[in-house]
Design a protein around this ligand. Structure first.
Ligand SMILES: Cc1ncc(COP(=O)(O)O)c(C=O)c1O
Length: 391
């Protein structure tokens, strides 16, 4: 047997389980309608909630930044100095989140790798919602702290688990603000009360809350009116903000310590000047107006009401993320393919991204869609749903 034969076996195994992901190629900007593998289709799977990925103001800001700062940051910020653009973004993000300070990272994924292992160690315990995002799970794995999973969105179970580990040096509770596959919102107000009883630190990952929830899209902390009670807020610039990057926001001393010790800050170069300038423009737009956030919610509510009226199961969602549950991996893939033939780009999601038996089409609503687009999408779902015996 050749030494790389095991890779063939692993790939074959994925194919046999209908878990092999064939990644489509996009040949246009990210927008409501995109060209995928040569076909113009309605885009219902991007996290581009507000349409910033192809927004003229962001593109103009990026172009101007290239003229002024070039295309690369040159080196790690702590070694070769930080560009003023990165500092401007961090100040704006702190203002947007209504906290003392923020520090930017290369992505939301990296932000979790940065903050979790830096603030916790072998004598600490992390309490993590069982459905938290993979980047939180990996951040916990990088930390030497013990990780205890509590039941999804269950403050009573969290309370019980905290009681069990009462003697830990530091306790850190971590939850997604909005769960990326189900669209449900963490009960952050309740979690904070539990945390206070046990003197535990709290951390939210607001990747799907910012730009979506709260006043003008300020996120889950604003939604619950608790921005001053969450110790660490992680975010991404790649979803509602439409670009790339991540950040940690909170108390100035936490940010100061992350600048000294977070390994992705110390050992990896920052996001490029045009990216950062586009991110600043995105935050500026949200600081000025909530028009796009309102449109996003109108579209999401229209789409969900149409799908539930048709008899689809859209799970527990409370946000524009709309899971359309198929509950079978092969059928979910067939559903996505048939949607594509009918002009809709919406991907099937299976294990390990979601638990087995909860396979789904994950629909992402966006402010870029028109009412006509939503009606077109609902008609395609109805047609395919009947053809495949889902409704
Ligand atoms: C909850 C959550 N956190 C973090 C991330 C990672 O964000 P990024 O794409 O910026 O790395 C995602 C993206 O899928 C997410 O859904």
């Amino acid at each position: 047997m050749a030494k790389l034969d095991f890779v063939d076996e692993l790939l074959q195994d994925l194919k046999e389980q209908n878990l092999y992901n064939t990644i489509r190629t996009i040949e246009s900007p990210m927008d409501a309608w995109i060209v995928v593998d040569g076909k113009r289709v309605l885009n219902m799977c991007a996290n581009n909630y507000l349409g910033f990925a192809n927004h003229p103001r962001l593109k103009e800001a990026a172009t101007r930044a290239i003229e002024q700062y070039g295309v690369g940051p040159g080196a790690v910020r702590s070694i070769a100095g930080t560009m003023s653009l990165h500092l401007e973004l961090e100040e704006k993000l702190a203002r947007f989140k209504n906290v003392e300070a923020a520090i930017s990272f290369q992505s939301g994924f990296v932000a979790n790798q940065a903050v979790i292992p830096t603030l916790t160690g072998a004598e600490d315990v992390i309490f993590s919602d069982e459905l938290n995002h993979a980047s939180i799970i990996d951040g916990c794995r990088l930390s030497k702290a013990k990780t205890v999973r509590y039941k999804h969105n269950d403050p009573a179970d969290l309370d019980a688990k905290l009681r069990e580990y009462n003697s830990a040096r530091r306790k850190l509770i971590i939850t997604d603000g909005v769960f990326s596959m189900d669209g449900d919102i963490a009960p952050v107000d309740e979690i904070i009360k539990v945390a206070a009883r046990h003197e535990a630190l709290t951390m939210t990952d607001d990747a799907h809350g910012e730009g979506v929830l709260g006043e003008g899209g300020r996120g889950v902390s604003n939604h619950f009116g608790v921005h001053d009670k969450i110790d660490i807020e992680v975010g991404t610039m790649s979803k509602a903000f439409g670009v790339v990057g991540g950040y940690v926001a909170g108390k100035a001393k936490i940010v100061e310590y992350l600048r000294q010790r977070a390994r992705p800050f110390l050992f990896s170069s920052a996001v490029t000047p045009p990216d950062v300038a586009a991110c600043i423009a995105a935050v500026d737009i949200l600081l000025e107006s909530d028009e796009l956030v309102q449109k996003l919610w109108r579209n999401a509510e229209l789409f969900r009401s149409k799908l539930t009226a048709l008899g689809f199961d859209t799970g527990q969602t409370q946000t524009p993320i709309t899971p359309v549950l198929i509950r079978d991996a092969a059928k979910a893939v067939a559903f996505s393919k048939a949607l594509f033939e009918n002009g809709i780009f919406a991907m099937a999601i299976s294990f390990p991204t979601v638990p087995r038996g909860t396979e789904r089409i994950r629909v992402m609503n966006s402010a870029t869609h028109s009412e006509e687009d939503i009606r077109f999408a609902a008609e395609a779902f109805a047609k395919v749903g009947k053809e495949l015996g889902i409704i």
